[in-house]
Write a new protein. Structure first.
Ligand SMILES: CC(C)(COP(=O)(O)OP(=O)(O)OC[C@H]1O[C@@H](n2cnc3c(N)ncnc32)[C@H](O)[C@@H]1OP(=O)(O)O)[C@@H](O)C(=O)NCCC(=O)NCCS
Length: 420
């Protein structure tokens, strides 16, 4: 791209999100805590076909996002999601990892491949079991000396960046200090996230994208059956479990988690879950009976200093606006992943965003952040919210551990008709 942005920018004329669904997100170590991320991925893939009426036979590429190596067959995660959701065996599948930006990156990779004419339709799944992050070691294949055991908790280790030697939460504290974000402001932001999510549950907006998880067997002729087994006596799981009434006086009493303004109440919830979408060309969309969810207009991914990784959405959103020739005033809705309240507040302020347009149905502080599933959820929620509110343009964005930012710009083309 011929611009001042040092990053990757892309523009699309011909790409659509056809439909999207997700599982409800479950607090880690609870109802989905033992379910493999592959089975969560198969579940949402099957459901996105059912919901959209699109046949898995039409898929030309499977793009799956996942971060934790949370099952023994993790190497074949994308492949098994394709096979057990009914995609033809001949269709290839690959894994995407861009940490918290994985879901958006998976959508962009699908869009790129359609733009290149490699396929007309891609199945995109983001799936994550935070619970099943392993406790593992890298150096013990040959045994270990007494007292020199390396086993570590990957969930904890993954949230620490040893390059600047800072945890994700610590990087949010650095931003809070630099931008003078107070504990009260962080808690107020979190309180809004919870109350908006509760309102979105009550209005059934969130249930419109959620497919309940039940005990289920996934079969494919000629192959071993697999499936989802919920804990005893649980028949169905149908609503995000981290969402709860969170009055400011309760949030204010929670102890700091990283020595500053961030707490368990104003940081993203650690949850398990998966989300799926179908990305297609205009030609494919024209052949469908249903209108698509949204047009994919542009994408951008940039690097930022790892010690302030939470600032990533700022240059990423600026880059996606630049490549699409749009101004922030023209954007009706913005979804920025709420890794931490202070971090999202800093992005809101730096961009000069209207709080009334940001994360209007709640964000990851209330709903939770299953790393690779998050970006797909953000894109699907954004597209649905644009339809609900008759908005035209929306941006979904996330900060990325290690120091990156990613953004996706979508358009509700039906709003154009209504307004025009
Ligand atoms: C901040 C963090 C360490 C807290 O982890 P945790 O201690 O397991 O979190 P919990 O959900 O148990 O919350 C801690 C306490 O706050 C309470 N709490 C959390 N949210 C609350 C709310 N909205 N209202 C009332 N209480 C709440 C919990 O009940 C718990 O209380 P308890 O200790 O009495 O049981 C963790 O959420 C975190 O690291 N989040 C960010 C994850 C991340 O970095 N993702 C990647 C981003 S780049």
């Amino acid at each position: 791209m011929n611009s001042g942005v040092r990053g990757l920018q892309s523009q699309y004329d011909d790409i659509w999100l056809v439909d999207g669904v997700r599982t409800p997100f479950a607090d880690y170590n609870t109802v989905l805590g033992l379910v493999s991320p592959i089975d969560l991925g198969i579940k949402v893939a099957r459901e996105v076909f059912r919901h959209s009426g699109v046949s898995p036979e039409s898929v030309g590429s499977v793009v799956a996002g996942n971060m934790a190596q949370a099952c023994f067959d993790a190497y074949v995660l994308p492949r098994h999601i394709g096979i057990y959701s009914g995609v033809p065996v001949e269709v290839p599948a690959h894994l995407v990892q861009r940490v918290c930006g994985t879901g958006i990156e998976a959508i962009l990779q699908a869009a790129d491949s359609i733009k290149l004419g490699r396929t007309e339709l891609a199945l995109v799944v983001g799936t994550e079991s935070m619970s099943r992050n392993p406790v593992a070691a890298y150096t013990h294949r040959g045994g270990f000396r007494m007292g020199q055991v390396e086993f570590k908790d990957f969930l904890w280790e993954a949230l620490l960046d040893p390059c600047p030697n800072v945890t994700m939460g610590g990087s949010a504290e650095t931003l809070a200090k630099r931008y003078k974000i107070s504990r009260e402001e962080a808690d107020q932001f979190a309180g809004d996230s919870f109350s908006r999510a509760i309102a979105a549950q009550k209005s059934c907006f969130l249930s419109g994208e959620i497919v309940p998880v039940v005990n289920e067997t996934f079969e494919r002729e000629g192959y071993n059956a697999r499936g989802i087994r919920l804990p005893k006596k649980v028949e169905s799981f149908s609503q995000d479990s981290h969402v709860r009434p969170s009055p400011l006086e309760v949030l204010a009493k929670l102890p700091p988690a990283f020595g500053g303004v961030q707490t368990g109440g104003n940081s993203s919830g650690i949850v398990d879950g998966a989300a799926a979408t179908l990305v297609a060309s205009s030609e494919f969309v024209r052949k469908q009976n249903k209108p698509p969810l949204a047009k994919v207009v542009a994408g951008a991914v940039v690097g930022v200093p790892p010690e302030i990784m939470g600032i990533g959405p700022v240059p990423a959103i600026q880059a996606v606006l630049e490549v699409s020739g749009l101004h922030l005033d023209q954007i009706d809705r913005v979804e920025i992943n709420e890794a931490f309240a202070a971090q999202t507040l800093v992005c809101e302020r730096e961009l000069g965003l209207d709080h009334a347009k940001l994360n209007v149905n709640g964000g990851a502080i209330a709903i939770g952040h299953p790393l690779a599933a998050t970006g797909v959820r953000l894109a699907v929620t954004l597209a649905r919210e644009l339809k609900r509110s008759n908005g035209r343009y929306g941006v979904a964005s996330a900060c990325i551990g290690g120091g990156q930012g990613i953004a996706l710009l979508v358009e509700n083309t039906q709003a154009e008709t209504v307004r025009g």
